[in-house]
Design a protein around this ligand. Structure first.
Ligand SMILES: NC(=O)c1ccc[n+]([C@@H]2O[C@H](COP(=O)([O-])OP(=O)(O)OC[C@H]3O[C@@H](n4cnc5c(N)ncnc54)[C@H](OP(=O)(O)O)[C@@H]3O)[C@@H](O)[C@H]2O)c1
Length: 247
């Protein structure tokens, strides 16, 4: 496993020296137009989890980029399955990162956005109850909200029976959340891919073979394959951090 080692750039323009935070942030730029960036970690043989959680695949360099990507986004989009399974806490940033956001004209905290059709969400869970800014739940018109959820989150209803993700994202853009980061999970990624909404994929390849059993980073409806362009390859010991964007 890769420990607390520096991150270097292999491509383009190899840089042998370890990248500091400003150099790393510059490699994950915000863009002018609304933009959806996905961030995942997978094993070499494609597993999305180890012993049920993504933490088993992650490492210090992966966590470092994970944290920086949160710092530079307007809103963090996550599927209800990942929120529940990974027991998401409130989306808080330390003072250094909040200062960076203020200096760059961003809201002090990114907004947590949960995508759910079933609305099997606990309003008293930390992700909602301790949130520094009111989270948003993107759901369908016919979804029945549990008591108390509307007290702790804005419900954005788009689509009648099923969630209309394109309309949901358009409403997030309208609210000023133009740079969206999604930490998954696989079903949300599959739906976003099917709807043609994914602009960028950041993928950490954890240097592990975990064998069969685990799912992939995507799940759900089948889609027409389409190419992506490689933007950079970073390395941290045996681990690779790849960034692909819409061609
Ligand atoms: N390796 C990684 O980087 C990584 C990242 C994230 C997650 N994971 C792993 O992935 C696993 C969880 O997988 P998952 O597929 O269940 O995660 P998920 O996509 O976050 O959750 C699925 C749930 O999210 C909601 N959802 C997703 N797409 C939707 C859509 N288009 N419309 C309405 N609701 C939608 C639904 O919630 P409702 O049931 O409430 O309707 C659905 O049941 C865990 O093992 C986790 O550790 C790994």
């Amino acid at each position: 496993m890769t420990g607390n080692v520096g991150i270097t750039r292999l491509w383009p323009d190899p840089v042998a020296a370890a990248l500091d935070d400003p150099a790393l942030i510059a490699l994950y730029p915000r863009v002018e137009r609304p933009h959806l960036r996905m961030n995942f970690v997978a094993s070499i043989d494609g597993a999305v989890e180890l012993d049920g959680h993504s933490a088993g695949l992650s490492s210090a360099p992966d966590k470092r980029v994970f944290g920086l990507l949160r710092m530079v986004c307007d809103a963090l989009l996550v599927g209800a399955g990942t929120l529940r399974h990974e027991a998401y806490r409130a989306l808080k940033l330390d003072e250094r990162r909040r200062a960076w956001r203020r200096e760059h004209g961003l809201a002090e905290y990114p907004t947590l956005v949960v995508v759910s059709r079933a609305l099997n969400l606990d309003p008293s869970s930390a992700a909602f109850a301790d949130a520094p800014v009111r989270p948003v739940v993107v759901t369908a018109e016919r979804a029945e909200a549990p008591p108390g959820l509307a007290d702790v989150a804005d419900l954005v209803r788009r689509g009648d029976e099923q969630v209309d993700l394109a309309a949901g994202l358009a409403e997030l853009h309208r609210r000023g959340h133009r740079q969206l980061l999604s930490e998954g999970g696989p079903h949300l990624f599959g739906s976003l891919t099917a709807a043609g909404l994914v602009d960028e994929v950041c993928l950490t390849v954890a240097p592990m073979l975990t064998g069969p059993g685990a799912g992939r980073i995507t799940a759900g409806p089948t889609t027409t394959p389409h190419g992506m362009s490689l933007r950079h390859v970073l390395a941290a010991g045996d681990e690779l951090l790849l960034r692909y964007a819409r061609s």
